[in-house]
Design a protein around this ligand. Sequence first.
Ligand SMILES: NC(=O)c1ccc[n+]([C@@H]2O[C@H](COP(=O)([O-])OP(=O)(O)OC[C@H]3O[C@@H](n4cnc5c(N)ncnc54)[C@H](OP(=O)(O)O)[C@@H]3O)[C@@H](O)[C@H]2O)c1
Length: 260
Amino acid sequence: MDLTGKVSLITGSTTGIGEACARAMAAAGSSIMLHGRDEARGKAVLDDLRGQGVDADLMLGDVADPAFCRQLVDTCFARFGRIDVLVNNAGILPEGNAPETDDEAWMRCMQVNVNAVFFLSRAAVEHMRRQGSGNIINISSEWGLNGEQGFVAYCTSKGALMQMTRCMALDHAQENIRVNAVCPAEIHTQIVDNWLASADGDPSENLAKLASGIPMRRVAQPEEVAACVLFLASDASSYVTGSGLSVDGGNSATGGPYPG
Ligand SMILES: NC(=O)c1ccc[n+]([C@@H]2O[C@H](COP(=O)([O-])OP(=O)(O)OC[C@H]3O[C@@H](n4cnc5c(N)ncnc54)[C@H](OP(=O)(O)O)[C@@H]3O)[C@@H](O)[C@H]2O)c1
């Protein structure tokens, strides 16, 4: 997969799936605009990429702020002269059923997981239209396709992302701008470690329990999601738009509890 000459902006690329995407896309030849809030982690990734000769930069800020979303996209364009790929990866995983989810938690989830993706994508499309091409990849979730108990805000936000993906893919299909989603599940990152640590019981036993319910009987590494993002970012997927690519060890194929 070749991204030589391309410029990619990946939100939430200071760690986890976003960092893996940034590294995979850089290895394929893309210039990289990193983003996140944690300065130390962001700088570590930036220094490492630059050390490998990658043309990369980092912008820190909260995507819950609509003005910042515009600023991030415009800064990327100003710094690199174009924006070919936007990976909307930054996201949060609030837990709770409806009575457990207060107004603030609900609003924050929608701001980060839905509104920011819209504000970033809208700003990017303006540049992509002028360029005559572009590619947007939204990191949704298996829980954007199926429901899950105890995560009403998160599942709603990721479901909304699937509809945003389809609608924007249709709106921009004739402008050489592709829009797709990736739907991961059970990827071993901080977001999952935090959740395992907050659940009852021993985190490593909880992790093993989690793996036992997956058809492939293991959780995945962030690099396995990044490889799929790279496919969607590249010309190898030139006829793919409006799709959701499941990266979930078979979870979404089961349609019900899988025998553990
Ligand atoms: N891991 C999974 O099993 C899984 C499954 C399905 C979907 N996903 C989705 O995949 C995406 C990445 O998840 P991950 O597991 O890699 O999570 P992670 O390790 O927690 O990383 C999340 C990234 O998003 C950034 N971020 C979060 N909130 C932000 C905000 N308000 N403003 C700016 N940056 C923000 C973080 O930046 P800082 O730390 O620098 O603040 C970090 O770089 C998320 O959208 C998640 O919903 C993950």
